[in-house]
Ligand binder design. Structure first.
Ligand code: ZN
Length: 318
């Protein structure tokens, strides 16, 4: 019998440790969220599959991988002509600086590169998603000096109107015959993926009922924020936020290097007992997605990672 896969385990690749590097690649949408150091080195030729990059803010651990990534897209053995769009919080001095560096050092790119400044509550079309799926930004609370953004991938779904729920099918059919399909059904928005970047707890209204929320969790307890910068989140407040927002799956990332995997797993289990967030909780620990509740999955994901590395190394050889 095979162990059930963790939610989105086959779609997501990523790496995250606070201060060092953070990036998450969602394969289904060809979207990279943030571009911390090492992203190209980890994805190898998969970097050619990225169509859009969404940056949450301009701190080095979220953008340092751009230089290498663009260089490889320009020169590597893949589709050097595939276009790339980079969306970033507007008026960001740090991102302007790296753009300037890239413009000076890579003035003849083989592909079309577009830098697109965005604000909060902005909607972005994802042309390859048949217009039923789009991105909407929301503002996060991180640095006082620069705008930081979170991202929701939203799907438009058709849903039976409340007044018809539970009615016999023949009554629903009769209403459709009499008044048309729009009488009984309506379009509703479903957030299918959310990425918050670095932030204090996200406003629950911004990610209400998200199917899969990636939320930073730099500290396991509030006392560990010894410098008291108040820029990041700790475990219990993230779990409480997820509970209030009624998210279905929560992926914690951006965890501090001070925590071993065992420490993290046991403290998350204790947090789940305290808060009971009523959602599945996973952790992106380094480059592995870990289920802190199941020991079985941990062994499996480590083995899978080893296998993946072996395959990738051999892919590089040919
Ligand atoms: Zn940051």
């Amino acid at each position: 019998m095979t162990t059930p896969q963790l939610p989105l385990q086959d779609q997501l690749r990523g790496f995250s440790r606070a201060l060092f590097s953070t990036w998450i690649y969602h394969r289904r949408f060809n979207i990279l969220f943030d571009a911390g150091e090492g992203v190209a080195t980890s994805l190898y030729n998969r970097v050619f599959g990225i169509r859009r990059i969404f940056l949450s803010h301009g701190h080095a651990d979220h953008i340092a991988g751009l230089v290498n990534l663009l260089n490889i897209r320009n020169l590597g053995a893949g589709d050097q002509t595939a276009s790339l769009k980079i969306y970033f919080p507007q008026n960001n001095r740090l991102i302007d600086l790296i753009r300037d560096y890239l413009a000076r050092t890579q003035n003849s790119l083989s592909f079309q590169l577009e830098w697109i400044p965005i604000a909060e509550n902005e909607e972005i079309e994802l042309e390859d998603q048949k217009s039923r799926i789009f991105m909407r930004t929301f503002k996060t609370k991180h640095s006082g000096r620069q705008l930081s953004l979170g991202y929701n991938v939203i799907e438009i779904r058709r849903k039976l109107k409340d007044k018809y729920v539970g009615l016999p099918q023949k009554d629903i059919n009769a209403a459709i015959w009499a008044h048309g399909k729009d009488e009984v059904a309506e379009d509703v928005e479903k957030i299918i993926f959310s990425y918050g970047g670095d932030s204090r707890p996200i406003n629950p209204d911004d990610v209400r009922k998200s199917h899969f929320l990636c939320h930073e969790c730099t500290y396991l307890s509030v006392e560990d924020d010894e410098r008291n910068f108040q820029q990041h989140s700790y475990l219990d407040e993230v779990l409480e936020m997820a509970k209030e927002a009624e998210v279905e799956n929560l992926l914690l990332f951006h965890t501090s290097l001070r925590y071993s995997l065992e420490m993290m797993k046991s403290q998350i289990r204790a947090g789940l007992n305290r808060v009971n967030p009523e959602c599945r909780v996973l952790v992106l620990y380094g480059d592995s997605i870990i289920d802190p509740v199941s020991t079985e999955t941990n062994k499996r994901s480590r083995r899978k990672n080893r296998e993946r590395e072996t395959t990738e190394v051999s892919e590089q050889g040919v």
